[in-house]
Write a protein that binds this ligand. Structure first.
Ligand code: FAD
Length: 369
């Protein structure tokens, strides 16, 4: 049987960020990714937006720490800039729906000031808060940078190999078995399987539950009316919607979500109608824009909607970095760092680490029979 110190299951941004942090600390890391390519699922199907305001103070704190990394990563980490700070404007029809601006990292934009930043937005929407240091991520460079750095620090990243089951000795997980029946012993196992977190929880004997929810994105055809310096515009009231410039057109999301079977993840044509309707209401000049591409991906949530980072409550030597919902790309530097601290037994010194412990989740704490 092969053996390693730390086995990571899942080669999306969560598993790779954790591998990078652990390998830099000198841990012996072996990561298994089922697909032939790293980052093939949510980590390459997302909207690539860095937005730190989440409505939850602990998550927002984590996002702000991550934003500092993304704006100014360690020397040599990435081949180019990871963040294009085009700005993010949260908008609503009522001021009360918006967070308060602090005048430093966020600026209130009403009426004419909002029109100036976002001339494409319907004049019905009069209130905004602008976050000038946030914006668009280079998600492909981010995934590549974690992978490159992890390999350079000695991690083994193996693609085309799926974990099927786990080996337990009492309450402790001691290894995993792949789809061909080959085993790997490990002192600790980190689960970073994105939408498949619920399946792997059951396979490992954990009581944690996760819900993967499908969301669609559309990019319009090239349009000379799009100014590529426009910020991300995110409507956060009851008619949630966002857009940003992409490839000469606009990337548009109607903020749909539906629970689907993992093996039935296909784009639903009806969602195009709701994107068209929201586009007509929010961006009237683009009401008739043609689509150049349309796709969907999974955002995966814990039972309380907050991240699960840290040790499993039922199974010893098992750790999680999962349930990253719609924030995993932007959250990855700090989420991966906290996951690595837990695995290395050094998380006690971090007050933020306690906020995301899987043990808080309903059902955690009792052993699955
Ligand atoms: C439409 C959409 C828009 C989004 N927009 C944003 C955004 O603007 N900003 C942002 O920060 N986030 C955004 N997100 C969220 C972000 O994409 C996710 O939070 C993030 O990609 C999650 O990363 P992950 O590594 O947990 O999951 P994934 O990227 O899905 O990676 C999990 C990996 O685990 C592998 N795996 C699963 N089971 C096994 C197994 N048994 N054995 C081996 N490998 C396995 C899978 O093949 C997969 O590659 C968006 C998501 C979607 C769907």
């Amino acid at each position: 049987m092969e053996s390693t110190e730390i086995l990571i299951v899942g080669g999306g941004v969560a598993g790779l960020a954790t591998a990078w942090h652990l390998a830099r600390e000198g841990a012996r890391v072996h990561l298994l990714e089922r697909e032939e390519l790293l980052g093939a699922h949510a980590s390459s199907q997302n909207a690539a937006i860095l937005r730190t305001e989440t409505g939850d103070s602990k998550t927002t704190e984590l996002m702000r720490r991550s934003a500092a990394f993304l704006a100014d990563p360690p020397h040599g980490f990435a081949a180019g800039a990871l963040l294009e700070p085009c700005g993010v404007v949260l908008v609503a029809r009522e001021r009360a729906k918006l967070p308060l601006a602090d005048g430093r990292t966020s600026i209130a934009l009403d009426g004419a000031a909002l029109r100036e930043r976002a001339p494409h937005l319907s004049p019905d929407i009069e209130y905004g808060v602008f976050y000038p240091r946030e914006g668009r991520l280079d998600v492909s460079e981010l995934v590549d940078s974690y992978a490159r750095g992890a390999r350079a620090a000695g991690a083994r990243l193996e693609t085309g190999r799926a974990v099927q089951s786990f080996v337990r000795e009492g309450r402790r997980v001691v290894g995993a078995i792949d789809a061909h029946g080959h085993g790997i012993r490990a002192e600790r196992i980190v689960l970073a399987p994105g939408g498949w977190a619920g399946n792997l929880a059951r396979a490992a004997g954990s009581r944690l539950e996760f819900t993967p929810r499908r969301r669609h994105l559309l990019v319009t055809a090239n349009d000379s009316g799009v100014d590529r310096t426009w910020p991300v515009v995110w409507r956060i009231d009851d008619d949630e919607f966002y857009c940003r410039p992409e490839s000469g057109g606009l990337l548009i999301c109607a903020c749909d979500e539906s629970v689907v079977e993992l093996n039935e993840l296909v784009a639903e044509p009806d969602v195009r109608l709701s994107i068209a309707a929201k586009t007509a209401r929010n961006l009237p000049a683009f009401a008739d824009a043609d689509a150049a591409s349309f796709w969907c991906g999974l955002r995966t949530f814990t039972e309380d909607g907050h991240f699960a980072i840290g040790p499993d409550a039922d199974v010893e030597s098992l750790y999680w970095i999962a349930g990253l919902g719609g924030h995993g790309m932007g959250a990855s530097p700090e989420a991966g760092r906290l996951a690595a601290l837990h695995v290395l037994g050094r998380a006690e010194t971090e007050t933020l680490a306690a906020a995301f412990l899987p043990a808080r989740l309903a059902g955690a704490g009792a052993t699955r029979s």
